[in-house]
Every structure is written in structure tokens, then in C-alpha cells.
Design a protein around this ligand. Structure first.
Ligand code: ADP
Ligand code: ZN
Length: 191
């Protein structure tokens, strides 16, 4: 592969829950550290599933990250010495994340963005579709469907064990809900 040398670029790592986005982000950033480049890692504050200050994968790998509520906090924390910016749970940010990623890449920074491509209704999620269109590199990963074992491209939301309804809010930080990976034919949204 030819390496880009005249500018930075945007890489997107996407797919459903459990497809390995965080694992892949952590893998890439560890290698950047080994190369002794300076990195800054951010994550949307809303995801506090294990630890507020880390990117944590479901298999237990972790990497220190700065929790932020709004994407413009990223620009405030980047100076001329940063080579690589990592952003996890990017689907939760507003659309201003797109221009911020473009700006960072224009400045020569490698921007690695990980996030869900679809919400539980199977619709494109937040700034992810446009980021995928603008990125130089996109990796769309698959999980394993919990129902049938095929590659899973979707995130099933279950509330009290039942498929969530279309009208249930996309972001609900509440108790009795579970998410699992499913394929196109096993994924269900209650009408
Ligand atoms: P993501 O960030 O995409 O949610 P993670 O990187 O946190 O994914 O976790 C990926 C890991 O989750 C896998 O390596 C595997 O150990 C575990 N896992 C649990 N359930 C599944 C599943 N249904 N399909 C694939 N991996 C799964
Ligand atoms: Zn299936």
C-alpha cells in the first residue's frame, strides 16, 4: 500500500456492537505508540460501560482516553506535537465531528475513528455515514450473530427480553435493556 505523506488522513473502523471496533482501535494505537508517535485518544462520555477514562473492548483490552461531551473539545486539546488522534464511540457525537476530523487530517494528523454504523433500528447512526464517505480508509467489521452464527452486521436491542420498538429512543441510558449482534435475517425491530 502506498503511504500518504503530504497530509494526514481519516480512517474509520465501523460495524455493529461486538464486531471488534474497540479492539482494532486499541491495536492500531498500540502500534503507533511503539513507533513513538504522540497520540491523543477521546471517547464520548456517554459510554461508561466499564471505565470513564479508557477505551475498553469487550474482551478486556484497554487504552487510556479523554472522556468528552462535545466534539469541539477535541480541537482544544490538540497541539502541533500530536501525530495521531483516536476517537471511540463516534456515533454519539454531533455532525460537527465531521469537520473537526477533516481539519485535523488537513493539519497532517492521522485520525482513527471507531463507531457504530447503525442504530438498533438498523439506520445510519449520527455522523458515521458521512465520516465513512469522507474517510481515506474504511473497515467495516462483522460480529457473530447470536441467533444463527452467521456474520452479524446489526445491533439487536432487547428490552425485557423483547425486540425494541422502532419508536423507542435511540439513546436510553436505562436499566433492563440488552444489545446483541445479529445478522440481517435475525435482526428484529417491533413495528
Ligand atoms: P466493539 O467495540 O465493536 O463493540 P469490542 O472490541 O469491544 O467490540 O469486542 C470484541 C470482542 O467481543 C470479540 O473479540 C469477542 O471476544 C467478544 N464478543 C462477544 N460477543 C461477540 C459476538 N456476538 N461476535 C463477536 N465477538 C463477540
Ligand atoms: Zn442470524
Amino acid at each position: 500500500m502506498y503511504k500518504i505523506t503530504k497530509s494526514g488522513w481519516i480512517e474509520v473502523i465501523t460495524g455493529p456492537m461486538y464486531c471488534g471496533k474497540s479492539e482494532e482501535l486499541i491495536r492500531r494505537l498500540r502500534r503507533v505508540k511503539i513507533a513513538k508517535q504522540k497520540i491523543k485518544v477521546f471517547k464520548a462520555l456517554i459510554d461508561d460501560r466499564y471505565n470513564k477514562n479508557d477505551v475498553v473492548s469487550h474482551s478486556g483490552n484497554s487504552l487510556e482516553a479523554i472522556p468528552i461531551e462535545k466534539a469541539d473539545e477535541i480541537l482544544e486539546q490538540i497541539d502541533g506535537t500530536v501525530n495521531v488522534v483516536g476517537i471511540d464511540e463516534a456515533q454519539f457525537f454531533h455532525d460537527d465531528l465531521i469537520e473537526i476530523c477533516e481539519k485535523l487530517a488537513d493539519r497532517g494528523i492521522r485520525v482513527i475513528v471507531a463507531g457504530l454504523d447503525r442504530n438498533f433500528r438498523s439506520e445510519p447512526f449520527g455522523p458515521m455515514p458521512e465520516l465513512m464517505a469522507r474517510a481515506e480508509y474504511v473497515d467495516k467489521l462483522h460480529a457473530i450473530c447470536i441467533q444463527c452464527g452467521e456474520p452479524a452486521s446489526r445491533t439487536q436491542r432487547l428490552i425485557n427480553g423483547e425486540p425494541a420498538a422502532y419508536d423507542d429512543p435511540v439513546i436510553l441510558v436505562a436499566a433492563s435493556e440488552v444489545y446483541e449482534a445479529r445478522c440481517r435475517s435475525c435482526h428484529q425491530v417491533k413495528g
